[in-house]
Design a protein around this ligand. Structure first.
Ligand code: FE2
Ligand code: FE2
Length: 265
């Protein structure tokens, strides 16, 4: 198998975790060695066909226990939650490139690189959890992370606004303070992993901003007003809550006008 869309289909429709990780890295290897075929000839299956593993059991966010990082249970719950975020992020990257066809080849290369980095993030956290004798799936996980993907399955601009430019961008706001907490607890391994993830996530959000603007201009739409319209339409509660990490979000392609609008509450 050396076709990007066939590999994407396999990653999205077979729930085996280790196979998915191996295939994701294999696709990146094929790309790096110029063996990857980008021809889009297989039909796109509906998003309802995407399969997740049986474990973790997914729960409504309000049922998730509150985490205090200072207790071992809290630390484990935190890293398990992050493992789940990274696991779903692998699906989000694959689904973005699988579902939306006919874009420049660079689009597919960008999101393949993101999928590969999300798989690396997941593996780093899974390994970290093993040090606490916990496997991914041993605890329940947040059931809402795939919702925005389903809601935006037929709308590329909405997908880019809601996934990289909203869900992933949230990580830029909250991760620096979490890193500070882990540094105070002298968890050097945790700090190193979170720093690595934060560093990569800025690039993922930046790719989201980049493609959002490209697709807007292709359609003759003004990207700032379009961003506001799509967030207002799809985000429950109308708008994400701050505080926002303006400096990192600007590196990730947010404009002052977009940030001012978000901060206006
Ligand atoms: Fe990630
Ligand atoms: Fe990401």
């Amino acid at each position: 198998m050396n076709n990007l869309f066939e590999i994407a289909e396999a990653c999205l429709h077979h729930p085996n975790i280790d196979e998915k990780l191996a295939l994701t890295h294999y696709a990146k290897f094929l790309f790096d060695t110029e063996q990857l075929d980008f021809k889009s000839n297989n039909p796109v299956l509906t998003i309802e066909r995407v399969k997740f593993p049986e474990k973790p059991i997914l729960q409504a966010p309000r049922l998730m226990p509150k985490r205090k990082l200072t207790s071992p249970e809290g630390m484990i719950a935190f890293f398990h939650a992050i493992a789940h975020v990274e696991f779903v992020a692998i699906y989000l990257a694959w689904d973005l490139l699988y579902r939306f066809r006919g874009l420049p080849v660079q689009f597919y290369q960008d999101w393949l690189c993101v999928a590969d980095e999300e798989a690396q993030h997941f593996e780093l956290i899974r390994q970290h959890l093993r040090n606490y004798n916990i496997g991914y799936g041993d605890l329940p996980a947040h059931g809402g992370l795939w919702d925005h993907a389903v809601e935006t399955a037929n709308d590329l601009l909405a997908r880019l606004a809601l996934v990289p430019r909203c869900m992933e961008a949230r990580g830029l706001d909250v991760t620096p303070a979490i890193i500070t907490k882990f540094a105070a607890l002298r968890d050097d391994a945790g700090v190193a992993i979170l720093n690595r993830i934060l560093n990569d996530e800025v690039k993922h959000v930046e790719r989201g901003s980049y493609w959002f603007k490209i697709v807007c201009s292709q359609k003759g739409l003004e990207s700032e007003t379009q961003y506001q319209a799509l967030i207002s339409q799809y985000y429950r509660g109308g708008k994400p809550k701050g505080p926002f990490n303006r400096a990192m979000r600007k590196i990730a392609g947010f404009s002052d006008a977009e940030l001012d609008w978000l901060e206006a509450g």
